[in-house]
Design a protein around this ligand. Structure first.
Ligand SMILES: C[S@@+](CC[C@H](N)C(=O)[O-])C[C@H]1O[C@@H](n2cnc3c(N)ncnc32)[C@H](O)[C@@H]1O
Length: 274
């Protein structure tokens, strides 16, 4: 049973079976699945795989890094980093159902031993201090109010000189978002900060900006394309499988919110200061 409102929002019954059925319907061979096969459904953030590729290039992985994905969801980004670069990746997520499905997809893609998942709270990361070379997080912080503590926790588990790579939704100047959106059906579990306020919190937590990209425009293009797919039948494999009956409205609102600058999106790579 979900333990809190955020976990309740993301939990749907029989998600694993739903995804397996959708993979079969999309003609995928379940005995030879690759992270590419899963990307339409397990990259659960704006811009999906392309956004993951862009953020990874901004980090400049060598492949030897030990990586922690905070709010790892179904594990699309973590499996991509292990598969493409050879990194050893751990994921932590609040939603038990997502962790179970991430483990299943890991087995199906043959990545057990290179990627692992556990349930946990980003505000109390279940890892030793100074364990990771890179902390990675995409579209998870918008469910987390206490950003000071979140960024302090991320810094704690990073080795000295380690990097934090983030893709986040930020508050824009256009006013409160239209709901529902993919991360919340109503405001009580949505916590957006402006890019400026986020930068100030990161600096206070002990990070220096190495790269900061406002990606609102490309996110708007991708959200507009997705909103078009919210008319009529969606493709067999898509993140609508994770979202529940109101997925049409969520896809549409994502585009509207970006267009009206109620939300913005950014990529950032930061270094731990010591
Ligand atoms: C929109 S999904 C993104 C998943 C993944 N990062 C991706 O891009 O595919 C947001 C995720 O953040 C997780 N999350 C939200 N609050 C969290 C917290 N306090 N600690 C850990 N995970 C959290 C949710 O359970 C959910 O899996």
């Amino acid at each position: 049973m979900p333990q809190n409102l955020v976990e309740t929002h993301y939990t749907s019954e029989s998600l694993g079976e739903t995804i397996l059925a959708a993979l079969r319907a999309a003609g995928k061979d379940l005995d030879h699945l690759t992270p590419d096969d899963l990307a339409p459904v397990d990259e659960f953030h704006s811009g999906q795989r392309l956004a993951t590729v862009r953020l990874a290039e901004l980090v400049g992985f060598a492949g030897s890094e030990r990586v922690l994905d905070v709010g790892s969801g179904l594990g699309g980004p973590s499996r991509y980093l292990a598969w493409r670069y050879g990194c050893r990746v751990s994921g932590v997520d609040l939603t038990a159902e997502f962790v179970r499905v991430a483990d299943m997809l890991n087995r199906l893609t043959g990545l057990v031993g290179r990627v692992d998942y556990r349930q946990g709270d980003a505000l109390d990361l279940p890892f030793e201090s100074e364990s990771f070379d890179v902390v990675w997080s995409q579209n998870a912080a918008m469910n987390i109010a206490d950003r000071d503590r979140l960024y302090r926790e991320m810094r704690r588990v990073l080795k000295p000189g380690g990097k934090l790579a983030m893709q986040e939704v930020a508050a824009g100047p256009g006013g409160a978002p239209h709901y529902p959106v993919q991360w919340a059906r109503e405001p009580s579990i949505s916590f957006l900060y402006s890019q400026e306020a986020t930068r100030a919190k990161l600096a206070a937590a002990g990070f220096r900006v190495a790269a900061w990209q406002d990606t609102t425009e490309p996110a708007l293009q991708s959200a507009t394309a997705r909103a078009r797919s919210a008319v009529g039948q969606p493709p067999a494999l898509s993140t609508h499988l994770l979202l529940g009956a109101d997925w049409h409205a969520m896809f549409r609102n994502s585009g509207r919110n970006l267009e009206e600058r109620r939300t913005e999106l950014f990529n950032a790579v930061l270094e731990r200061t010591d």
